[in-house]
Design a protein around this ligand. Structure first.
Ligand code: URA
Length: 438
């Protein structure tokens, strides 16, 4: 097969055969196709799209480009969850212990943050001594004992995606629905869970800016999952403001602990309960969403969710004393308060800019190998719809140097819209799409 013919075929908007897609993924994995030809095909896919059958084939070939994680030794129905990425999106740290605490195993491989969106693995690594480099054997042993493992992706999980993602990142080919769907679903399929709940973020702090795009991505991913015998629910949720109030690695761990202690209400709790309830629904642990939310809320009230989180910390080497003493978590020394320039209502937030400001503090990476400042970030003081008086704090920046605080402040200051009249609040949840084997 001549790879140039495959590029030309997609350039001419034709449908690639199963053999051509298999040849492509094989060549990406073993390095036999040069980066410039891979990039050309990625661009042709971005411009001309893929049929559902092509995306399904690409997903499966990518899933099988490494080894599949076999979770059969863990008893029960295993559920996984994935967010397409947002700001202050800390739901995994909250819902994973809650769901595991009612007897449904959660074995989750997570990624690192890139750009303005944070990654669960980075947040976990801000906990002193917490280990995310867990082998598959260890993960199975942990899951058998505690029902809960949060780990980094193993080296051999979807190597084709690692290569393709790195190339997409530098060739302007990230924002392609079939490529995003195949990237996410290949990893989720390879990670072995029976059921997958997807949090598809929609808004100015997400990949998908419009409901239509988020819906299209959600539908493709649900279809991909069911195509290969997994139960999948996609929840399209809003990202027109940071989900929680704390942005940054140790800061988000702190907020998650406060939610598990029952001290925090609001959107972060709401979405965590909703996603968690749908994980329980897929596992048939509950019959309705309302029952699932009530059960998980009870696990907050009775402290069992927090106990499961403590068990996770001990299991993976982290210091459990951070639960009672958050000061044991890193917190950057320099601070800067952003205040309102005028009085009024907060009618809009530019969430991607808030994420960018957080990145500027050192909490996020501008390039893949950049070391993080785990104690850096932003604590938000206001939400959409709140009133604010001139001079009142909107957010507090934490960083290791005044210089970084100042450059984060320059971005953050332009992220808030304050108006004399209130504006309607954007939806927190747009739509839920689900498909089960039955
Ligand atoms: N997250 C992924 O894992 N892959 C993408 O392509 C986009 C978001």
């Amino acid at each position: 097969m001549d790879f140039q013919d495959i590029i030309i075929k997609k350039r001419e908007k034709q449908t690639l055969t199963a053999e051509e897609i298999a040849y492509f993924v094989q060549g990406v994995t073993d390095g036999s196709i040069p980066d410039y030809q891979i990039s050309a095909l990625l661009m042709a896919i971005l411009l001309n799209g893929m049929q559902t059958q092509e995306t399904a084939r690409l997903t499966m070939e990518m899933a099988h480009s490494g080894s599949l994680f076999d979770l059969q030794q863990v008893a029960g129905y295993k559920v996984d969850k994935h967010s397409t990425g947002g700001v202050a999106d800390t739901t995994t740290l909250i819902l994973a212990p809650l769901v595991a605490s009612v007897g449904v195993p959660v074995v989750k491989m997570s990624g690192r943050g890139l750009g303005f969106s944070g990654g669960t693995i980075d947040k976990l690594e801000s906990i002193p001594n917490f280990r995310v480099d867990i082998s598959e054997e260890q993960a199975i042993a942990f899951a058998q004992k505690s029902n809960l493992v949060l780990m980094g992706q193993t080296d051999n999980l979807t190597p084709a995606d690692k290569k393709l993602y790195a190339l997409r990142d530098v060739t302007g080919t990230v924002d392609s629905l079939p490529l995003i769907a195949a990237s996410i679903m290949s990893k989720k399929i390879a990670a072995g869970a029976d059921g997958i709940v997807l949090d598809v973020k929609c808004g100015n702090g997400a990949f998908m800016k419009t409901k239509e795009d988020a819906e299209a991505l959600a539908k493709i991913m649900v279809e991909m999952g069911t195509h290969v015998g997994r139960d999948v629910t996609a929840i399209i949720s809003g990202m027109e403001q940071p989900l929680g109030m704390y942005i940054g690695n140790s800061l988000e761990v702190m907020e998650a602990i406060e939610v598990l202690k029952g001290n925090v209400q609001g959107d972060l709790l709401e979405i965590s309960l909703l996603l968690g309830a749908h994980m329980l629904l897929l596992a048939k642990r509950v019959q309705t969403e309302a029952e699932g939310k009530a059960l998980l809320s009870e696990q907050i009230q009775n402290g069992k969710g927090l106990e499961k989180f403590r068990e996770l910390l001990v299991q993976q080497g982290g210091n459990p004393d951070i639960i009672e003493q958050p000061a044991l978590l890193p917190r950057s020394a320099c601070t800067k308060v952003i205040t309102a320039q005028q009085s009024g209502y907060i009618t809009a937030m530019h969430t991607a800019k808030i994420g960018r400001a957080s990145q500027e503090t050192g909490a996020g990476r501008a390039y893949k190998t950049q070391p993080l400042d785990f104690g850096a970030g932003i604590i938000m003081k206001k939400r959409l719809g709140d009133t604010v008086a001139q001079g009142e704090p909107l957010a507090v920046i934490y960083s290791s140097t005044d210089e970084k605080c100042n450059s984060a402040a320059q971005i953050l200051e332009t992220a808030f819209t304050i108006s004399a009249e209130p504006a309607p609040l954007p939806p927190l949840v747009y739509e839920i799409i689900t498909a089960q084997k039955g």
